[in-house]
Design a binder for this molecule. Structure first.
Ligand SMILES: NC(=O)c1ccc[n+]([C@@H]2O[C@H](COP(=O)([O-])OP(=O)(O)OC[C@H]3O[C@@H](n4cnc5c(N)ncnc54)[C@H](OP(=O)(O)O)[C@@H]3O)[C@@H](O)[C@H]2O)c1
Length: 185
């Protein structure tokens, strides 16, 4: 199993404000759908709450929600009482169509929020980060990935521009050494 974390962050590492995301970037939502489609997604209960009801559960994905609350349940979500339990659930693909990585292993996507990313970092094999070129006030920040990650930026130079006018770019990372690539962090 590959554990992948995916998030979008503003210039100063902000990922959330007041239970939501303080920008609108449709191209990044499409990118997120493409990455996570067919896979298990693991999220904290607050991120589940932040999803608009019409997108809950996230369609075409197995939705696992981590909560400490006894008896919490929501239609379309599986509940896990710890992150480890959620990741274990993700490793046991129920449909057999979890999008495989290069080794044919299923990828479990950790999709937030801040509290869950921080705890998941030690298990992470892969990071997919969208850097959003905006200044945003926020109450939730991206986790510290630490050293030892490769860094592949798309586009290699400059930025993509959203139809909303926001500039953004994608940064893909794996643990340095895991793929034989040099450590650029
Ligand atoms: N920019 C992005 O890419 C992105 C992505 C996702 C989310 N977000 C934003 O991030 C914010 C939400 O993040 P957050 O840090 O406040 O909350 P969160 O990580 O989504 O959820 C936290 C909740 O998860 C549960 N939890 C955490 N650790 C647990 C553990 N070890 N065992 C069992 N349950 C555990 C608890 O739920 P209970 O309280 O139910 O026990 C806790 O209150 C929102 O603003 C959202 O929009 C941004």
């Amino acid at each position: 199993m590959t554990v992948a974390l995916v998030w979008a962050e503003a210039r100063d590492g902000v990922i959330g404000e007041g239970g939501g995301i303080p920008w609108h970037l449709p191209e990044d939502l499409a990118h997120f759908r493409e990455l996570t489609g067919g896979s298990t997604v693991v999220m904290g209960r607050k991120t589940w709450d932040s999803l608009p009801e019409r997108f809950r559960p996230l369609p075409g994905r197995r939705n696992v929600v981590v909560t400490r609350q006894d008896g919490w349940s929501a239609e379309g979500a599986e509940t896990a009482r710890s992150l480890e339990q959620a990741l274990r659930a993700g490793s046991l693909s129920n449909s057999g169509d979890d999008s495989p990585d290069d080794t044919g292993e299923p990828t479990v996507w950790v999709i937030g929020g801040g509290e869950i990313y921080r705890q998941a970092m030690e298990f992470a094999d892969r990071l997919e980060i969208t850097e959003v070129d905006v200044e945003a006030a926020g109450d939730t920040r991206a986790p510290d990935a630490g050293a030892g990650w490769t860094r592949e930026v798309t586009p290699a130079e400059g930025w993509l521009e959203s139809r909303t006018g926001i500039r953004y770019r994608f940064v893909s990372s794996t643990r340095a050494g895991a793929t034989g690539e040099p450590d650029q962090s």
